[in-house]
Ligand binder design. Sequence first.
Ligand SMILES: C[S@@+](CC[C@H](N)C(=O)[O-])C[C@H]1O[C@@H](n2cnc3c(N)ncnc32)[C@H](O)[C@@H]1O
Length: 412
Amino acid sequence: MGTEESAQTEQYKRMVLDEWTDAATVAAWRKWHPKATTQLQAMTDALLEAAGVRAGLRVLDLASGTGQPAIDLARAVGPTGHVTATDLSAGMLAAAEEHARQAGLTNLTCRQADAHDLPFADGAFEVVTSRSGAMYFTDIRRALGEVRRVLAPGGRVALAVWGPADQGTFNSSVLAPFLRRVSRPPPPPDAPQPYRFAAAGMLRGELERAGFRAVTEVHRVLPQPWPGPPEECRQFFYDIAIPLRPLFDSLPPQERAAAVEEVVELLRAHYDGRMVNATRAAVLVSGMRWRAPSSAPRPSRRCGGDVFLPQLPHAGVTDGGSCRHSLIALRLVDALAWAERSHLLPAVVQEKPNPDHRMAARARIMWRGVRRSPATLGVGDVQEIGGGRAGACPASCCTVERSAPASRRSPT
Ligand SMILES: C[S@@+](CC[C@H](N)C(=O)[O-])C[C@H]1O[C@@H](n2cnc3c(N)ncnc32)[C@H](O)[C@@H]1O
């Protein structure tokens, strides 16, 4: 990093610290926490799904703010798992601690930490998450390096950030009236701001450069319902969207009042008398820390999730749920975990719509560089990911191979 570049990074760092440790910011986030939890529930759910969170895991949540998604993560990992919630801001984290206590959680601890310099041992976590945090990490490469270090081999990182500002009805209501009135140059690409990783491939590229494998990036427009009237929704956004304050405050009073009035009217178009039913674009990026092949290639732990694999791999391609009678969809995260554990990386996973299916998409796993004969994989492997769900097709339209016991498998 050059001197000029590091001076810029230092300036951003100071700005982020000032923004998120400010007493008024913390008070606003505390005040709106319950309603914001409802508003961002869809984003939390999408993040938990991308992270493949299940009972018993050790999870590190970065930039936890006033406690979400750490609280939902703690519920998902249950009493046998643990969540460590972290944030740069002691004030935000104190609120998170209080909210976790109110929720009766005993498997969540809070620790003040900068994502660029994590105070945890190598390989301490199986999952690292962050909702609406990564865009404020002033040196994303360093932060992702830290994430990789604290992840156990085979562990997963999942990050949720905001998608493009011109997508979804929330942004077109709360932002557009201001953007129309203020002309200002676009922020520099590395400036910490909510839409820094909105462009397709940006955050995925950062994960790939940081050495993560099986990186996926999914763009979604998610429901973002505000449980209250439009005026309150507008006030909430003004209070908590700290990095956007300069935009809101840059207008002279009369013009500002006109923009605020327009925001409220636009939100009203989505109000059903109880909720403002808006939508907002989000980007979900996940990746895995590669686990080097060992001499004993059996999975070390069972994963949750239901999997049905009617065709086991013979030709290097597995179609999860390709059997038209299969009842249970292959969950992408489980497929990836299985591919990793079976040493089938680099794996390419495509999600495909499954019109026959009531539950979800079906997934196709393809791989190169198979490390042992695909024919040696079988029901045992599938059961490891499927929680015992592998077996005969209920309609007997396809067969499932029996695998040899692990000890008799011959590495290629
Ligand atoms: C928009 S809030 C998101 C909070 C929470 N995850 C949520 O979704 O409600 C961003 C949070 O990132 C935290 N943050 C920013 N830079 C950070 C860093 N380098 N390390 C840890 N936390 C950071 C801020 O203190 C703030 O609480």
